[in-house]
Design a protein around this ligand. Structure first.
Ligand code: NAG
Ligand code: NAG
Ligand code: NAG
Ligand code: NAG
Ligand code: NAG
Ligand code: NAG
Ligand code: NAG
Ligand code: NAG
Length: 473
């Protein structure tokens, strides 16, 4: 028994050394840790003082994630902070900024910080301030030899890479249309879960009418459970149903195909800007770990883009009538929990590699991608490896024009005016036709929306994180 354990340990060690030898570059993106609840389901309104802020639990969750990554990527991550190798960017929210700081404390823990130069005269440690003193009697720069790291950020408006949905004017319209288009599926789901809604309604004295309601309620429960607050006892079956419904809701909120592609465009463009130079052997910067501190919306968008989750796979999990012959889903993830993360590993093979029929040549770049630590099946195959060139080709489908899909009109008009001047009259005729069609569509959508206002029973974007961002716009 012991021998077996040792053998496994050795195999694991060799395996991890092997992987580290091939690993070239990592891009990590994650959701912040536990926060105070948003919105007004259940007991959220009693917690206004922590509204949306990272809690004590949230800090610990990210510290633990950082410590785990330090362990799993040791040999790749430097033991102590090296400013050329790691770049950290966060959305401009207290909870994401603090999550990044907490995770970095785990990744570069106390004991790895800076030390003052030998024999430094104390006077040089003093700030420019009347009666200043030295409060730390050791040669560590900071107490307990901790390390602080720079965390870059930019305002939400304009940050298309990390806040695409709040920079997309047309978002609500596209989604309303999508729900309308999917009305029969929406009705089907709500019918199947009537009993679940009833049970939850009874427990919280508020009416849960549909899967979006269930989602917003579940997100308050997730906060409460993590923050040591009381949540009514539900059977495992009811909890599972709530997880399932929340996951469906997430996919409805973002998976309109054009929208999904457009909202993913800024992130994947940025992704390629980091990885292309590495693959082209033009890796002059020395950068090897890029960290994005962000939201559930980001994890959901990327997961849906890479076929880690979808409405179809979720429906097929539970309902015969939604299973299609010969349709295979290699992944089907539930919604992003606190600290949920995606880690893109860019490898360079040092020997020919194969997994379930997918082959990588020696000296070829390939990707492995982890969602919440698990390696996902990639590129529509039953394999966790995908060559960089194929992956790159597949994400070209996201290179739609963000502003066109989102109808960010100002930019679009400027662009088209300029082009119209440059090109032939055919273009102008085309443009006029296009405008007529767009105007027609807009009018149609407008009419539908007017009609729909009374029809739609889902609560629109009331308190998920993306919604909070949009509503304060
Ligand atoms: C962040 O912290 C500041 C200062 O404590 C607070 O005023 C603000 O409401 C917090 N939330 C956001 C989203 O900035
Ligand atoms: C810092 O101080 C400790 C003891 O206080 C000493 O052992 C160590 O050599 C010092 N390090 C430097 C870089 O001065
Ligand atoms: C859980 O979901 C199933 C549908 O998958 C439903 O038939 C069942 O009634 C639900 N259970 C409860 C306790 O609501
Ligand atoms: C290498 O990178 C530098 C700076 O990023 C860029 O100016 C140069 O064109 C690149 N060279 C090649 C061959 O891609
Ligand atoms: C890129 O730079 C990092 C950091 O120096 C290094 O670990 C990595 O091997 C380099 N990759 C390539 C392809 O040169
Ligand atoms: C920091 O990383 C760069 C690029 O990989 C490397 O050249 C340098 O030696 C490292 N610095 C230290 C102090 O390890
Ligand atoms: C996701 O699945 C669809 C349908 O099978 C496929 O067309 C698409 O290329 C896949 N996307 C990726 C990134 O593999
Ligand atoms: C994928 O491969 C694994 C291991 O070879 C196998 O057990 C599994 O059934 C396959 N899954 C699909 C959907 O083909």
């Amino acid at each position: 028994m012991k021998k077996l354990q040792i053998t496994i340990l050795i195999l694991l060690l060799v395996g991890s050394i092997q992987v580290q030898a091939e690993l070239q570059f990592v891009i990590e993106i994650y959701r912040h840790g536990a926060r105070g609840p948003l919105g007004d389901w259940y007991d959220a309104r009693e917690q206004k003082y922590t509204y949306g802020e990272l809690t004590a639990t949230g800090q610990r969750q990210h510290y633990n994630l950082g410590a785990q990554l330090r362990k799993e990527y040791s040999g790749f991550l430097p033991d102590s902070y090296n400013h050329t190798q790691i770049y950290v960017r966060s959305t401009d929210y207290n909870r994401t900024l603090m999550s990044a700081a907490s995770q970095l404390q785990g990744m570069f823990p106390a004991g790895t910080g800076d030390v003052l130069p030998d024999n430094l005269a104390e006077q040089y440690t003093l700030p420019a301030f009347a009666n200043a003193q030295n409060y730390l009697k050791s040669n560590y720069s900071l107490p307990n030899n901790i390390q602080v790291l720079p965390i870059h950020t930019q305002p939400r408006v304009g940050d298309k890479v990390l806040s695409p949905e709040s920079n997309c004017k047309n978002y609500k319209q596209i989604i309303s249309e999508f729900y309308k288009e999917k009305q029969s599926t929406v009705d089907f789901i709500n019918k199947q879960f009537e009993q679940t809604y009833q049970q939850y309604s009874k427990a919280i004295y508020q009416e849960v009418k549909n899967f979006d309601n269930q989602h917003y309620l579940e997100s308050v429960f997730e906060c409460d459970r993590a923050n040591g607050r009381y949540v009514p006892d539900f059977t495992q079956e009811l909890k599972d149903n709530s997880t399932y419904l929340t996951s469906l809701s997430w996919n409805f909120l973002f998976n309109q195909p054009d929208l999904l592609r457009a909202l993913n465009q800024p992130f994947f463009s940025s992704f390629l800007e980091y990885t292309d130079p590495v693959v082209k052997n033009n890796n002059t910067s020395g950068l090897k770990w890029v960290m994005f501190s962000a939201h559930d919306t980001n994890i959901q968008l990327i997961s849906a883009a890479l076929n880690f989750t979808s409405i179809d796979c979720l429906l097929a999990l539970r309902f015969e009538e939604y299973r299609k012959k010969d349709q295979v889903f290699y992944n089907c993830e539930y919604y992003p929990h606190f600290t949920s993360n995606i880690i893109f590993e860019l490898h360079l093979s040092d020997k020919p590699t194969e997994e379930n029929g997918v082959k990588i040549q020696q000296n070829q770049y390939y990707l492995k991608i982890r969602r919440d630590g698990k390696f996902m099946k990639l590129c529509d195959k039953n394999s966790t490896i995908c060559s960089y060139s194929e992956f790159n080709q597949r994400i070209q489908q996201f290179m739609l024009n963000f502003d066109t899909v989102c109808q960010n009109v100002e930019q679009k008009n400027q662009e088209t005016t300029q082009k119209a001047e440059d090109y032939s009259t055919y273009y102008i005729v085309g443009l006029i036709l296009q405008s007529i069609i767009i105007a027609g569509c807009a009018f149609y959508i407008f009419q539908l929306l007017q009609k729909q206002k009374s029809l739609l029973n889902f609560e629109q974007f009331k308190d998920i994180e993306a919604a909070e961002i949009r509503n304060s716009q």
